[in-house]
Design a protein around this ligand. Structure first.
Ligand code: ADP
Ligand code: ZN
Ligand code: MG
Length: 474
């Protein structure tokens, strides 16, 4: 294929503030329609906006975490358009002086590092929500005025997978910063994707389309893959692309045209006269910077270095702040030489249980110290790997300590030779043919006899010890 895709992403994010961007109304999700409104967010004449300081500082924090320069001087602008969900007929946004600009996010795609440039991070307000019924349409203004952060990348992403990786890391970074709940289902994180293709030899950008209506990161990836194919097909057959906005249809797995793209001049941007311009004090900026925690990418690199984890394991464990905290407590306190022993439990059984319950690792009732104990029992062969799974399931459902469960269910592994002998004798007596086969050199027959002995012990015999004893016996 001699075409290269070029992608730029625009992410809109609800900031996790108690009140709206320019009034005191609550931002709580799921309340009765139009119960969280006031003259300001309903755009009544004479009402005046007041900037929410927390939203502003969250924007600065996000800009800093994305390696942006923070504007010393910033202002808000009116973006004018008419739509039923927009009571003022303009949205307070930022046009030419965003709070943060010129940053980057370092991602990894297919094992390769990649730097994605960020053009800008700006603060604006959300519009209301239209609800369409069979014979009418309603509008809920609870969402109108919720602080929205827009994060725009440079056209530097070159595949649907890179776009997916960028979004995944961005979301995890935002969760670490604790500035948004990033819940796509509630609409608190939305993404529009701009995409064009060009011949690999070309340096100018091709005509782009803007894709909307994707409700998951996988949706973004699928929509981009579809759209790239479509654009290549149009160009390949001698056609021309038009700059337009297209909607992704998650059922048909296709994009279809929505409208031709509007230009910035169509919005007649002008400075918001009801808000003063803002100056960001250097020391306030420095203070916010100090409050930024270790971010997921740094954590991954540190986990790899400090605990010798694979890149994959480190990424899985660091993808959420709370899971990373839990995992690190296990890793620090686990005294075994091979950290992989405990990592396998964390990324395997434990994480899949947490996911199916939709809770973090810490929500599972299994404390790090109990998990460490369980892994220790397996390592010392006091309990078989199979029984350990049963024990873990019990730990998860009851929160009890592993040694109690092992004792109560009589799950400790039998290593002691004299207790195993009876099972071995029985297995030999019942399977003379296998014994003969083994004596004639068939290794498989030995494994069969090990299996039979295990069965007789109800899975509690230590398979290694059984194998040794059998070899000696026959
Ligand atoms: P618009 O004025 O249409 O909103 P912008 O220049 O503001 O366009 O860019 C919006 C997004 O589109 C950015 O993420 C940018 O990287 C991306 N973009 C711009 N031009 C292209 C292009 N030719 N191909 C792909 N993405 C593009
Ligand atoms: Zn209000
Ligand atoms: Mg734009």
């Amino acid at each position: 294929m001699n075409y290269q895709p070029v992608i730029g992403l625009e992410v809109h994010l609800h900031l996790k503030t108690k009140s709206k961007a320019f009034c005191g109304c609550s931002t709580e999700f799921g309340k009765e329609p139009n119960s969280q409104v006031c003259p300001v967010c309903l755009g009544f004449p004479g009402s005046l906006p007041v900037l929410n300081q927390t939203a502003f500082f969250y924007a600065v924090k996000t800009g800093l975490a994305l390696n942006c320069s923070i504007a010393e001087f910033t202002k808000f602008d009116r973006k004018n358009y008419y739509y039923p969900d927009l009571p003022k007929n303009y949205q307070i946004s930022q046009y030419d002086m965003p709070i943060a600009s010129e940053g980057f996010l370092d991602i990894e795609s297919e094992g390769k590092p990649k730097r994605v440039g960020i053009i800008r991070v700006h603060l604006e307000e959300d519009a209301g929500k239209l609800i369409h019924r069979d014979d009418s349409s309603c509008v809920d203004f609870n969402r109108a005025g919720i602080p929205l952060l827009e994060i725009v990348t440079k056209p530097e992403i070159n595949s649907p997978l890179e776009a997916y990786e960028y979004l995944t890391l961005l979301k995890s970074t935002l969760e670490y910063l604790d500035v948004s709940d990033c819940d796509m289902e509630k609409g608190s994180l939305r993404c529009d994707a701009n995409v064009s293709v060009r011949k690999k030899s070309e340096t100018t950008l091709g005509t782009k389309t803007e894709l909307k209506n994707m409700n998951s990161f996988k949706g973004v990836r699928d929509a981009l893959a579809y759209e790239i194919d479509r654009q290549i097909e149009v160009l390949g057959s001698g056609g021309k692309l038009i700059q337009e906005t297209r909607l992704w249809d998650p059922q048909k797995l296709k994009t279809h045209p929505m409208r031709s793209k509007e230009e910035a001049m169509d919005y007649r941007y002008f400075p918001e006269p009801d808000l003063p311009p803002f100056v960001i004090a250097k020391d306030k900026c420095a203070q916010i910077k100090r409050e930024i925690p270790e971010l997921p990418r740094q954590k991954v690199l540190r986990f790899m270095k400090e605990y010798n984890l694979s890149a994959y394991d480190a990424r899985v464990l660091a993808s959420s702040k709370s899971n990373a905290l839990y995992a690190e407590e296990c890793l620090v306190n686990y005294s075994g030489k091979d950290k992989k022993q405990i990592v396998n439990w964390l990324t395997g059984a434990l994480l899949s249980q947490a996911r199916s319950r939709n809770c973090p690792l810490s929500g599972l009732k299994v404390t790090p110290s109990d998990l460490i104990k369980l892994v220790g029992f397996v390592e010392k062969q006091q309990v078989s790997a199979l029984s350990a799974k049963t024990v873990l399931a019990q730990m998860i459902s009851t929160g009890r300590a592993p040694e109690e469960i092992i004792k109560e269910k009589n799950l400790s592994q039998i290593c002691d030779e004299s207790s195993l002998e009876a099972f071995i004798e029985e297995a030999i007596k019942e399977n003379p043919k296998s014994v003969k086969d083994y004596q004639q050199g068939k290794q498989n027959a030995l494994m069969f006899l090990v299996g039979q002995t295990m069965k007789k012990s109800k899975g509690k015999a230590n398979p290694k010890v059984v194998q040794e004893l059998l070899k000696r016996r026959i």
